[in-house]
Design a protein around this ligand. Structure first.
Ligand code: PEP
Ligand code: MN
Length: 358
């Protein structure tokens, strides 16, 4: 248990609810860093993030500008007064970041999955005797013990300004989310470590800017302590993660429309109910997509076995049983028939596509 934690926010200042960290996925140029920082600062953001060393899945991608970016972050601090955060993954990164006076460090998902790297970072922080806040992203795989283990290595090295970042978990194949939220995992972390602040990263969970708002609301509804959101002065031209970045003004809009939960906020409020609808729609989409992918597998099977796509008996029995269930649940038979017909049409279309593929 982490019993002696201290605030991750600057000493002596009450941590805002929610804590917001924003900035580009990667520092690209001095111009891009400063422009983004100025716009975020003008919108009231106090904590600025930018990746300097980027762990890329494949070689050949943009791997970050390296230590040169630290100089730009120093300028951000000087000019805007914002605190600055970077991702570190090894001894050299920690040394360079600490020497540059970086205010906050975070550990990426690929690093928190690696106990050797975590121990190296913990040892370096302990040698340097720094009292810098460190946020640990969940490992790429859904392993809560590995996540807690990474945090423990830092705690055992004397780090007390500690927090966790929930950024979702990798899965195989295409999904609505880039990284599945698996909310029960951070919730279990909260149960086991109630003193540990947990921040949500809707940008890396969603992978698309359209999802940031609903994921953020869901996190706040579940009592997360803050949000880390990727923001870029020109998202469509970003050198990494462009689909999930938003301009500082869009970020401002998103933050202003979020419903901050406190004891006084009624769960009946319209905004909250609308957020629930957004969430459920996302779930429906996710499930529909799963159904289509199973249906494509069936299509493949039918093709291999020279079976026709349309199996009238099967379709009829699906219709009858689902419509009956829907009526029992209080929905109309007409409504459910229309929904199932539409789903079936799309399944048939996708199966025919497979059948006609050479
Ligand atoms: C990032 O924050 O830009 C990043 C690389 O995230 P993650 O480690 O969650 O993939
Ligand atoms: Mn990113």
């Amino acid at each position: 248990m982490f019993t002696e934690l201290k605030s991750i926010y600057p000493e002596g200042i009450a941590t805002p609810n929610p804590l917001i960290i924003a900035g580009p996925c990667s520092a690209e140029t001095r111009e891009q860093v400063l422009t983004t920082a100025r716009e975020l600062s003008a919108n009231g953001i106090r904590l600025f993030r930018a990746g300097i060393w980027k762990p890329r899945t494949k070689p050949g991608g943009f791997e970050g500008v390296g230590p040169e970016g630290l100089e730009w972050l120093k300028e951000v601090k000087q000019e805007t007064g914002m605190q600055v955060a970077v991702e570190v993954a090894n001894h050299a990164h920690v040394e360079a970041a600490v020497a540059a006076g970086i205010d906050m460090l975070w550990i990426g998902a690929r690093t928190s999955a690696n106990p050797f790297a975590m121990q190296e970072i913990a040892d370096t922080l302990s040698q340097l005797n720094v009292d810098c806040p460190v946020l640990v992203k969940n490992p790429v795989n859904p392993d809560l013990d590995l996540w807690i283990g990474a945090l423990e290595r830092l705690y055992n090295a004397g780090i007390r300004r500690l927090g966790a970042i929930h950024r979702g978990f990798s899965t195989y194949g295409k999904h609505l989310y880039r990284n599945m939220p698996q909310w029960h995992i951070p919730i279990e972390l909260r149960r086991r470590e109630p003193n540990l602040p947990i921040i949500c990263d809707p940008s890396h969970i969603g992978g698309k800017r359209e999802l940031i708002s609903s994921i953020s609301q869901q996190a706040l509804d579940m009592g997360f302590d803050g949000l880390i959101i990727e923001s870029h002065c020109d998202p469509d031209c970003a050198w990494s993660d462009k689909a999930q970045q938003v301009t500082p003004d869009v970020l401002n809009f998103i933050l202003n429309t979020l419903v901050i939960r406190d004891q006084k906020t009624s769960t009946e409020s319209l905004a909250l109910l609308r957020q629930q609808i957004d969430r459920i729609d996302n779930e429906i989409l996710e499930q529909l997509n799963k159904r289509m992918s199973v249906s494509r597998e069936i299509g493949q099977f039918k093709k291999e076995h020279r079976m026709p796509v349309l199996q009238a008996n099967r379709y009829d029995s699906i219709m009858k049983s689902r419509v009956k269930l829907a009526v029992e649940m209080g929905m109309s038979a007409e409504f459910m028939t229309a929904v199932l017909t539409a789903i079936h049409e799309e399944s048939v279309r996708q199966q025919l596509e497979i059948l006609n593929r050479r």
